[in-house]
Design a protein around this ligand. Structure first.
Ligand code: FAD
Ligand code: DHB
Length: 391
């Protein structure tokens, strides 16, 4: 078998790339190792930047997002029992964010692809990508118990951090930059209306906490916990008591409690590979870079990568020129490193490192005071959070 673009992985990056290529009349095939239900239920990100929403709408995947997504004009920061709202539109020239879960983005993209799109194979496990430096790279995969091959003009690894496509690049060609953090997030879903209209990011002496939401009736909350934490050690009352303590303010505010329906611990990491391309193999999304979740950037970066790549492949089809493809890695990495810095900044400003000194805590509090007292400092945060234009 042969296709123009072989896409490894059917997460947000792979599915959106397939949609954009289909819209440009470029053949592709998506190979996804898991089954459809698993991919559609996997709980992950919840915040879409303005430019991500623009792209989903333009691609034809914005209909339910416009109906059910919740537009947010800002976030609240809490520290020292104080609360400060950061208003995005007034600080960024009108940009906003949307609360619309990754599970829903993935469901919408799969439904479109199945109805009218390129082939999407579930339970198709890619074992190896070979020939990155030839004109015809080949994907080796197993589907329905049979070993198969797919010859491609180009292969795109959208297979996440633990994917296999990165291994198609010989040792020594790529550089990896990495940082791991001495804490994790404990995430819960609860059947209770959100206790706030906008997300709350809280710094506290007991550690970071985040109040987010999935709908008018479902709340999503996160607690900073030590690495290796076992959710079994956290009965529901302990979780709510800890959240109460970390969100405490002098203002009038109450955290509503409800039945907890899901609990999971997520480790945190910063990671970038450079370059994001070797020969005819490209990497996009988590396959190329990871951010800690505090800046809500992971899913949005996956989207901007595939927008840049789809544009470059369309340019090649229309003009015969590989100019934009050759710029792919540099174009993406500028945005990737900005998001890496912002995610690191949000993470290290809001979390308490177990070995942190009182001096370092004072620096964090000073930074939060600065954001609340300077329009420039607030605008810097707002611009990064609401997201830059894709360029
Ligand atoms: P993925 O979503 O990882 O998709 C990769 C796909 O490739 C998967 O479907 C996988 O099954 C498939 N695959 C892997 N290997 C193979 C193979 N060999 N053959 C075929 N298919 C393969 N971001 C936030 O902003 N906020 C959050 O709260 C948040 N929480 C997260 C929680 C977890 C546990 C994780 C892992 C990530 C989280 N993220 C979060 C990050 C965000 O979800 C990712 O950045 C986003 O999913 C990236 O999309 P992607 O398509 O690049 O990768
Ligand atoms: C959510 C996740 C994030 O990482 C974040 O910064 C904000 C919200 C969420 O899952 O809702």
């Amino acid at each position: 078998d042969h296709t123009t673009v072989g896409i490894v992985g059917g997460g947000p990056a792979g599915l959106l790339l397939a949609r954009l290529l289909h819209n440009s009349g470029i053949d592709c095939v998506v190979l996804e190792s898991r089954d459809r239900t698993y991919v559609e239920q996997r709980q992950r990100a919840g915040i879409l930047e303005q430019s991500t929403v623009d792209v989903l709408r333009e691609s034809g995947a914005g209909e339910r997002l416009d109906r059910e997504g919740m537009v947010h004009d800002g976030i609240e920061l809490r520290w020292n029992r104080r609360a400060q709202r950061i208003d995005f539109p007034s600080l960024t020239g009108g940009r906003k964010v949307w609360v619309y879960a990754q599970t829903e983005v993935v469901k919408d993209l799969i439904a479109l692809q199945v109805a009218d799109g390129a082939p999407l194979l579930f339970e198709a496990q890619v074992n190896e990508v070979v020939g990155a430096d030839t004109d015809r790279p080949v994907i080796h995969y197993t589907h329905q118990g049979q070993d198969r091959t797919l010859g491609c003009d180009y292969v795109v690894g959208c297979d996440g951090f633990h994917g296999v496509t990165r291994k198609a690049v010989p040792d020594g060609v790529m550089s990896a930059f990495e940082r791991v953090y001495p804490y994790s997030w404990f995430g819960i879903l609860a059947d209770v209306p959100p206790s706030c209209d906008e997300l709350i990011y809280a710094h506290s002496p007991r550690g970071f906490a985040l109040h987010s939401m999935r709908s008018a009736t479902v709340s999503r909350l996160y607690l900073q916990v030590p690495n290796g934490t076992d959710p079994a050690d956290w009965p529901d009352d302990r979780i709510w008591d800890e959240l109460d303590a970390r969100f405490a303010t002098d203002g009038d505010w109450r955290l509503e409690r409800g039945p907890i329906t899901s609990k999971a611990v997520l480790p945190m990491r910063s990671f970038v590979t450079e370059p994001m391309r070797w020969g005819r193999v490209f990497l996009a999304g988590d396959a190329a870079h990871i951010v800690p979740p505090t800046g809500a950037k992971g899913l949005n970066l996956a989207v901007s990568d595939v927008v840049v790549l789809a544009r470059a492949l369309a340019h090649l089809k229309d003009s015969g020129s590989t100019e934009l493809l050759d710029e792919y890695s540099d174009t993406c990495l500028r945005r990737v490193w900005r998001a890496e810095h912002f995610s690191y900044f949000m993470t290290t400003t809001l979390h308490t490192d177990p070995g942190q000194s009182a001096f370092e805590t004072r620096l964090q509090l000073s930074q939060l005071d600065r954001v609340s007292s300077s329009r420039h400092a607030a605008a810097e945060l707002a611009e990064n959070y609401a997201g830059l234009h894709i360029g």
